[in-house]
Write a protein that binds this ligand. Structure first.
Ligand SMILES: [Zn+2]
Length: 301
């Protein structure tokens, strides 16, 4: 029995099924055969931003699983996706999720700086438009510009968050290059343990410039238990689909990723300008802390 697995983003479900039936050579159904031989059923996977089609065709010795991500938004969430004077372009991808689970006010929050343990290897983070396209010198020659800013935002968020009474901490392995993502010292491992113990782990990122990036927004963890913190951050920054890029490494480990914005244009210029830097970092950090704080207020309602 052959098994096929297909995942297609941005294709409507009906079209995917039709296309797959037409394209798979051993699935070609002649006039004499009737469709009834195909056992197919759909799962209610709408919460996962996708639909699933399982099928088996015993006489053709073929079975499979098709997953499609429907491009049509089911509600008005796209309306809040726009440009932002501070963080630039917001992600404009169809999403279906809503974070509803109420989080206790005392939830331990862990803030991580994206790429802090993956310098000098693949996944070091974006160098930003200034360095990559405009010939500017990196902010720190030992790290990508993205990590440089991720650390600044992480530390400011923790400082401001504590002032606001949040149970908030950060983690840094203190080593800038750990090859194995599953090494117990990585952001992934520490964030995973934190979320398994009931905490909220948020990793700070800046998205790539130009056509390589999507924009600001929260990439949720791959779970059905999305909560009011997720909802509040998504309202403030934008909302990525649940199954973004097939479920990123962090998302699969229960870690939320916050893309502050694409490292380009005004956002990057304001960060790089030494007169505006502190204010820009503080404003971004305050927006994050306020969103977290508001997300926790649901506990009181
Ligand atoms: Zn990143």
């Amino acid at each position: 029995m052959r098994f096929l697995f297909t995942y297609i983003k941005g294709t409507s479900f009906a079209l995917l099924v039709l296309r797959s039936l037409l394209c798979l050579p051993s699935m070609a159904i002649s006039q004499n055969e009737h469709f009834g031989e195909l056992k197919y059923f759909t799962y209610g996977f709408s919460r996962l931003d996708c639909k699933t089609f399982c099928f088996s065709h015993p006489s053709k010795k073929i079975s499979g699983l098709l997953i499609s991500q429907n491009p049509k938004p089911s509600d008005a969430k796209l309306k809040i996706q726009s440009n932002d004077s501070l963080t630039g372009t917001r992600v404009r991808l169809p999403t279906y999720w809503t974070g509803k689970q109420v989080v206790p006010k005392s939830v331990p929050i862990l803030i991580l700086a994206g790429h802090s343990d993956s310098q000098g290897i693949m996944g070091a983070g974006t160098s930003g438009e200034s360095v990559a396209l405009k010939g500017a010198a990196p902010m720190d020659s030992n790290m990508s510009d993205e990590l440089f800013w991720n650390i600044k935002i992480r530390d400011s968020v923790v400082k401001l968050g504590r002032k606001k009474g949040l149970n908030i901490n950060s983690y840094d392995a203190g080593v800038r290059q750990i090859i194995d993502g599953n090494d117990p010292r990585t952001n992934w491992s520490v964030g995973h343990r934190h979320s398994q113990q009931g905490g909220y782990a948020l990793e700070i990122h800046f998205d790539a410039y130009g056509k390589y990036g999507f924009g600001s927004g929260l990439i949720p963890a791959f779970t059905r238990k999305l909560n009011t913190l997720d909802e509040s951050l998504a309202k403030s920054f934008g909302r990525y689909p649940l199954f973004f890029r097939g479920g990123l490494g962090a998302a699969r480990r229960g870690i939320r990723i916050l893309e502050i914005g694409k490292l380009e244009g005004n956002l990057e210029a304001n960060l790089r300008d030494s007169r505006l830097r502190e204010k820009t970092v503080q404003t971004i950090a305050l927006r994050i802390v306020n969103a977290i704080h508001e997300g926790l207020l649901a506990d009181e309602k």
